[in-house]
Ligand binder design. Structure first.
Ligand code: NAP
Length: 501
């Protein structure tokens, strides 16, 4: 094991320890951190959930989930790793159980010599977030000699009002600096790369404004349908599930001014300014800026799939959107007049998350009438899969007649980097243990995102969509999303990796 920067020792309490997130994301991420030597031997994990498991059964299920997710055999590390895991079954509705948890944590505190440091990770349904935080305080679990941190999964509220209520609840127990609101997109290597690409390259920063950029497109396509998240998704829809958090976070990273220092406060403050500059949309204008869709039956990766309304437990007349495309305007000096287009949906043809920066044409194109193909310069950032960047340029077509041909410079992550590229949760868990909140969402960002999104969701919930379902599963989305760009003279550059425009 190579020892890198080790976070201080701590006990991590995972509420929802038998759930999907814990098994598929948290345990594999913790194991990888352990393998890489990022966790000292002085750490313990306490799982909380209702089902009755012995500590051996719990450790077995942790190992199994790591094995399945990472597709690896049991190795010696796994056994020593799992000995840091404990299980404390109880129903969080039972107040008295919290004081028993307190005794258990005190005992592990001493055994693993963690100096009283505690992280509480709420990997359970959102309705528990506020109440669990308050109960932790009441039972004295947050009254400790070390530091305490609270990690909260998405969604942070359902709208501004509920988010404010949740925030008020947890602020009774944790300060803003102790709250780690997860947006797992911020843990992605290429999303973290946006700032570096922008602010560490003389080539890009001078061009990063409305004089040289015609539009920016951010796409996050899924091939999956609603799966077993129906109860949540029916009430949420894609606008709340994807736009309020991930898409707006990417917009703010792409549009922010260079921070005066690379610290959490300065970066967050610049992102907040972008969200404040978003043009708010009065109801009568929403249809000009946003379109929604819902998938019909179709074929995804060659397999027949049902339409959203025919999914198990979905209302057959559901008005919930599974697709959103929108045009966001940022009314500030840098971005006046440059549309930021976003597009995200379920059951689309191909899974990909991609940013395309389209540059304006040069003032006088000498090659305009020459034979061949000439496209705009594009900077493409592939967030997933195949992390990397491509820069599309125009060059001379080989041969005597000349003309132009598009060429691409591929700045692909080297295979070695890709292999070492960390999963979001690995990066975010380590940041949390190290006490770095930069890649988590601040309250101001959450609030401003809801302020932007709430009028759209209100407008949509009052107006039943007449054309749902309006795109076939396995397609590239509804026609309205293409029309949205076409009326501005643009089109989506949803290019597969390596494909030329
Ligand atoms: P899940 O599979 O339904 O797991 C919920 C967990 O909570 C289970 O361990 C369950 O265990 C426990 N639980 C439920 N009621 C309880 C109670 N009254 N007392 C104690 N424990 C209780 O949910 P999930 O998919 O892991 O999601 C967890 C959170 O992460 C949610 O907020 C979700 O929105 C968020 N999230 C999940 C994903 C994902 O990929 N899964 C992605 C992004 C965000 P018992 O039944 O044994 O009590």
């Amino acid at each position: 094991m190579t020892i890198h920067q080790s976070p201080p020792s701590s006990v991590l309490v995972i509420f929802g320890a038998t759930g999907d997130l814990a098994k598929r994301k948290l345990y594999p991420a913790l194991f990888k951190l352990y393998q890489k030597g990022h966790l000292s031997e002085n750490f313990a994990v306490v799982g909380v959930a209702r089902r009755q498991l012995t500590v051996e059964q719990f450790r077995g299920s942790v190992i199994e989930s790591i094995r399945q997710t990472l597709n690896i055999d049991v190795d010696a590390n796994m056994d020593s790793f799992s000995r840091h895991f404990y299980y404390h079954p109880f129903d969080v509705d039972d107040d008295s159980a919290f004081s028993q948890l307190k005794d258990r944590l005190n005992e592990l505190d001493a055994r693993f010599n963690v100096s009283g440091n505690r992280i509480f990770y709420l990997a359970m349904a959102p309705r528990f977030f506020g109440t669990v935080a308050v109960k932790l305080k009441r039972a004295g679990l947050t009254n400790i000699r070390g530091w305490k941190r609270l990690v909260i999964e998405k969604p942070f509220g359902h709208d501004l009002r509920s988010a404010q209520q949740l925030n008020d609840d947890i602020l009774q127990v944790f300060t803003e600096n102790e709250i780690y609101r997860i947006d797992h997109y911020l843990g992605k290597e290429m999303v973290q790369n946006i700032e570096v690409i922008r602010f560490a390259n003389a080539l890009f920063e001078p061009l990063w404004n409305n004089r040289f950029i015609s539009n920016i497109q951010i796409t996050s396509n899924e091939t999956l349908g609603v799966g077993d998240r129906v109860n949540y998704f029916e009430k949420s829809g894609t606008l709340r599930d994807m736009v309020q958090n991930h898409m707006l976070q990417m917009v703010s990273l792409l549009a922010m001014e260079p921070p005066s220092r690379l610290n959490t406060e300065e970066i967050r403050s610049e992102k907040v300014k972008v969200l404040r500059s978003l043009r708010s949309l009065p109801p009568e204008e929403i249809d000009h800026y946003f379109v929604r869709g819902q998938y019909d039956e179709g074929f995804v990766n060659g397999e027949r799939v049902v339409g959203y309304r025919d999914e198990d437990r979905v209302d057959p007349h559901s008005n919930t959107e599974t697709f959103v495309a929108g045009k966001l305007m940022i009314d500030n000096f840098r971005w006046a007049g440059v549309p930021f287009y976003i597009k995200t949906g379920k059951r689309l043809a191909k899974k990909s998350t991609q940013i395309v920066v389209e540059f304006k044409d040069i003032p006088m194109n000498l090659y305009f009438n020459q034979s061949g193909q000439k496209g705009p310069n594009l900077l493409i950032m592939n967030i997933q899969p195949n992390e990397g960047m491509i820069l599309h340029l125009n060059a001379k077509k080989p041969g005597p007649k000349g003309g132009t041909t598009p060429i691409s410079l591929e700045l692909t992550h080297h295979p070695v980097h890709t292999m070492n590229s960390r999963e979001s949760y690995e990066s975010l868990l380590l940041d949390c243990m190290l006490g770095d909140t930069t890649n988590f969402t601040s309250w101001d960002e959450v609030a401003l995102s809801w302020i932007y999104v709430d009028p759209i969701s209100l407008f949509w919930s009052n107006q039943k969509s007449q054309d749902f379902p309006n795109y076939k599963a396995g397609s590239i989305g509804p026609q309205s999303s293409h029309d949205l760009l076409a009326k501005d003279g643009f089109h989506w550059w949803s290019l597969p990796y390596n494909e030329k425009p």
